[in-house]
Each structure stands twice: as structure tokens, then as C-alpha cells.
Design a protein around this ligand. Structure first.
Ligand code: OGA
Ligand code: NI
Length: 364
């Protein structure tokens, strides 16, 4: 099955809504009470001071050096973070802080261009590439309070610079350089994850299709929202791909990660990336690592920008649990599926928690 050529109803840019100065948000953006940011999943535990918890922060410098003890210690920290959280921040990751800042600035510049210029890049659900304002094609769906830009780096057959924004000046060069650096970084992380799972260091990369992996970028723009308690910038979801490298806004928090029955608001460290496990690594690791639900809250005082870089398997090879991780005690939990088939779910239905990876469970 394919995605349709067009959206089921006219697209409204959330940024235009926000800038129109309305005091109440349209009904289409009002979440049902159980999904609103103010309702905690459970009565909060008063012994836990709000804001005292954060996802682990790992310094990766030792991963690249010759000091074995240091390297092992970094690997251990990554291993624990993958098992306990599925989410962690990394610093000294090897991507230049200056490039991170420049990339954020280019994208801020893009979203602040006049609307007519941005509209030239309007996307469709057929490929999702370009400037968009919704995920999923269900007519009448409740929408998220955000716009985005989506583009491909890899495979090279999908990399099309004409679909990247030509403005601000030099944006294509900066976006390209950012992609190259983050792809390199992902290659190193894939090795670390493979080793931690007890696999050959190239296992995950090969299972993803070797050189022919997929890499794409979704830049999320969350405009100011006059009623932030009723809306979400991005509904709860797990990322469908392999792993995600998120460059968060350097001034405004908003990402929340699910930890048991609580939503933890991530406090980004300076020049850190936020790494999270996607559904495809949950499947390949036979659920030793799990993709974790997350969502984004918005606020009335400040807009927020984030760059989500998705590192995915080649789209047409079946992804299934690694044979090495399947035993009689722990049989294969998932049936094979290609990523092309898998990502249709979110592209048609929009973000829906972890319902998709759950639905892939082998019948017992
Ligand atoms: C995503 C995502 C989080 C954020 O794009 O998949 O989870 O902070 N983004 O924007
Ligand atoms: Ni996500």
C-alpha cells in the first residue's frame, strides 16, 4: 500500500495560527483530557521533587581513545542507559558544537522566512518531504501544535537538494555538512550498541543494510501556544526507525520521556545530543533494548525548534530479531517486516504511542 497524493483537508500552518494572535486554540488542537500535558499518568509521588530527574548524560570522549578501561566504562554507561531508559544525552560526541549552532540558526532562519517562500516547499503524504504541518492522513484527526520540515540524506538515490530549502543563504551546505557528521557519529554508536548486545561490532550496521542505510531529518518547529495545557507539540509516540539523534532547542525545554507511569521533562545539557532507541532496534535486539514513548509539550512564552535525525535500516530488507539473541528461553518476539511497510503505519495514522511495535509481536 502507498500513501495518497494529498492531505484529506486543507493544511493550516500552526505558525500562522500562532502569529494571528488568537487567544483560544481551535478545537482541532485540543487533546482529550487524558492526553493533556497536565494530567500525570499516576498521582505524582510527593517524595520525588519535580524536575529532579533527568535522563542519563554520558561523556563519549573515552569511547574514541585507546584507554581500554575508560572505553569499557563508557560502553557500560551506554548499556545501562539503553536498558533503563532507551534515552540518553551525549556530550563530547565528536560533532562540532559550532556546526550544531549553525544548523539550528539555519533552520530558525527558514521558519522565519515569509510564508510564501516556505509554501514553495509544501509537502504531501506521498513522501512527506518538505514543509509540513501534520503527520497522518485521518480526516478530522486532532492535530499537534507544530510545523516541520522533512528531508532525506540517505540513500543517495533519495537525496534531492532541490527539495531542501534554498534559503537562508548557504542553508544547503550547512544542512549537508550536518548530515555527514551525524551519519559518522551514528556509525560509531551502532558499533557501541552491537558490542553491548554481545554481537559482532558491525552486526547492527550490516543488519541495517551496510552502506545503504536510510538517514533523514525532521526539523520540528513548535510555535507559541496560547493554551499550552490543552495541546501537545507532538503526541506520544516511539520513533519507528533505528535510532534518533535529537538536537534540542538550546533555550526552551519541551521533550518529555515516559519513565514507567511518569513523564520526565528532559533538561538538555549544552551542545548535547539526545539519543533514543527506535522500534527497529527494539526488534533487532529482541526487546533487550526498547524504544521509549516520548512527546513534546508547548508553552505560551517561547517558540521551540529541534532537529530530529533518524538513522534507519535500508527500507526494503526484512528486519527481525538477531539470531544470536533468540534462545529457547527467549524466542523471537517479532515477525520480520521491512521498514517501508513498517513506517506506513505512522504515515497514515499519525503518532500513536507504542501501539505499532506492540502489534508486531509474534502470535503465541
Ligand atoms: C521526533 C521527536 C522531539 C522534540 O521528531 O520524533 O520526538 O523534542 N521530537 O522535538
Ligand atoms: Ni520522536
Amino acid at each position: 500500500m502507498n500513501c495518497p497524493q494529498d492531505w484529506p483537508e486543507p493544511i493550516v500552518r500552526v505558525q500562522s495560527l500562532s502569529e494571528s494572535g488568537l487567544e483560544a486554540i481551535p478545537d482541532r488542537y485540543i487533546k482529550p483530557p487524558t492526553d493533556r500535558p497536565t494530567t500525570s499518568l499516576k498521582e505524582s509521588d510527593p517524595s520525588i521533587e519535580d524536575g529532579a530527574i533527568n535522563i542519563p548524560i554520558i561523556d563519549l570522549e573515552g569511547l574514541y581513545g585507546d584507554d581500554h578501561d575508560r572505553r569499557n566504562s563508557v560502553l557500560r554507561q551506554i548499556s545501562e542507559a539503553c536498558r533503563d531508559w532507551g534515552f540518553f544525552q551525549v556530550v563530547k560526541h565528536g560533532v562540532s558544537p559550532e556546526l550544531m549552532d549553525r544548523s539550528r540558526e539555519v533552520w530558525r532562519g527558514f521558519f522565519h522566512l515569509p510564508m510564501e517562500l516556505k509554501q514553495a516547499y509544501a509537502n504531501s503524504p506521498k513522501t512527506y518531504e518538505g514543509y509540513g504541518s501534520r503527520l497522518g492522513i485521518v480526516k478530522g484527526a486532532i492535530l499537534d501544535w507544530s510545523d516541520y520540515y522533512y528531508l532525506h540524506y540517505l540513500p543517495l538515490s533519495l537525496k534531492d537538494l532541490n527539495k531542501w530549502p534554498a534559503l537562508p543563504q548557504n542553508s544547503r551546505e550547512v544542512i549537508d555538512e550536518y548530515g555527514k557528521e551525524v551519519v559518522k557519529f551514528c556509525g560509531r554508536l551502532m558499533k557501541a550498541l552491537s558490542i553491548n548486545l554481545g554481537l559482532e561490532e558491525d552486526y547492527l550496521q550490516n543488519a541495517f543494510g551496510g552502506e545503504n542505510i536510510g538517514a533523514c531529518l525532521r526539523v520540528n518547529f513548535y510555535p507559541k501556544c496560547p493554551q499550552p495545557d490543552l495541546a501537545l507539540g507532538l503526541s506520544s509516540h516511539s520513533d519507528p526507525g533505528g535510532m534518533t539523534i535529537l538536537l534540542p532547542d538550546d533555550h526552551v525545554a519541551g521533550l518529555q520521556v515516559r519513565k514507567g507511569d511518569r513523564w520526565i521533562t528532559v533538561k538538555p545539557a549544552p551542545h548535547a545530543f539526545i539519543v533514543n532507541i527506535g522500534d527497529q532496534i527494539q526488534v533487532l535486539s529482541n526487546a533487550i533494548y526498547k524504544s521509549v514513548e516520548h512527546r513534546v509539550i508547548v508553552n505560551s512564552a517561547k517558540e521551540r525548534l529541534s532537529l530530529a535525525f533518524f538513522y534507519n535500516p535500508k527500507s526494503d530488507i526484512p528486519i527481525e530479531p538477531a539470531k544470536e539473541l533468540v534462545t529457547s528461553d527467549r524466542p523471537a518476539l517479532y515477525q520480520p517486516m521491512t521498514f517501508d511497510e513498517y513506517r506506513l503505519f505512522i504515515r497514515l495514522r499519525g503518532p500513536r504511542g507504542k501501539s505499532q511495535v506492540e502489534s508486531l509481536k509474534s502470535p503465541r
